[in-house]
Design a binder for this molecule. Sequence first.
Ligand code: ADP
Length: 446
Amino acid sequence: MGWVAVRVLLAIAATLLGGWIGFTVSDSSPVVAALTGAGCAAAAISSTDLARGYRLLRWLRGSQETPAPRDAGLWGELAYRVERSLRMREREIAHERTRLSQFLDGIEASPNGVLLADANHQIDWCNAVAADHFGLDPQRDRGQPLTNLIRAPAFVSYLQSGRYEEGVTFANPRAAGTLAVIVRPYAEGQLLVLSQDITERERADAMRRDFVANVSHEIRTPLTVLAGFVETLNGAKLTEAERKRVLELMQQQTDRMQALVGDLLTLARLEGSPRPPPDQWVDLDGLLARVESDARVLSAGRHSIELTSGTGAQLAGAEAELLSAIGNVVSNAVRYTPEGGRIDVSWSTRADGRGVIEVRDTGIGIAREHIPRIVERFYRVDASRARDTGGTGLGLSIVKHVMQRHGGELEIESSPGQGSSFRLVLPSARVRQRPSKARPAQALAA
Ligand code: ADP
């Protein structure tokens, strides 16, 4: 408040000075002159105030981007304090803006949809995921009633019910999928709408349910047959030949269950174990020799089987998995090729360095529409035939899994009545030639 005293003293001093000057310069009417002098002095001080006040007002009316007028005294302090508080407010607003934009960026980065609606259920703001889920344009649709744009009946009645303890699930209007949405009221009737695309989860759940149902069915069938045979053995009087036949059939069913449980365990192991090592090299010739002997036992001389030998190739990966993949494809070739047919197993490398194990048969073949599906678990082109041939329906899913784990793929070509070609393609990084002596390839005829 120092300036108040200074200012009052200055005004008094100026008025006195003006009066004194007027008094001394006029001889005729010194009192009038003194009053005029004092009035002029007071007017000069008021004009200065007026000019300074006007400058400050002009600055306040403007954008306040330039510094405030730097005057002394009352107006200087006024301008300084107004400017300081303005600048502080500006800094606070800028800080709040940064925080808000960081906060919105955070919500934007959310994998879930986030939408804010006002008390009238009109859209206030939404992130890109919510815009995508609901097919909205975040700018254009601002202020639009939610139910005008999201018309799924389940969502509309959920929103209108006002009971938001649980969420709602409905078909995604934008894509062939499912959305899970939950609403949370906040502040004064505003709504936070959270959305999540659960299409994949639903599909996985459905697959899991199907898988359990399929496994149960596959196990129950041989068990029912076995139970029937046990009853037969217990009750009826059988001849030695009949008893032998029943036991043989029982053996078949237990073999089938064993194969199924074996394949299920293989799949479980494949899903639960780490990726096969990229530097553990397995001799392809050794694998093919083992597959060949199994194939010959299965074929029992009914087919002509030829396997490339002496490839000198090595594959990087899990030996048991590779053996099971090649074995499955070769055993399918034997099982789905009628007597007298031919099965060829060959090895080649492609220009890009990928290695290919090809299993070709002259069997029953597969119609085009089934080809994409035969790698699915328990998918069979002809269920009764597959069971006759002792299949579990899991062989090709194991093969596909093994190939994926090795970074490779399974290629299938087939035409009904003419035969099939299954190619196990391995990436170049997992293929090499045995470092030592490599022998020329030769075919082993059956
Ligand atoms: P399965 O144990 O039933 O053979 P897979 O998964 O090995 O199960 O094969 C799935 C289905 O693909 C088989 O049921 C069969 O219909 C068909 N399939 C597989 N390999 C061949 C083949 N070489 N020739 C004809 N059909 C085949």
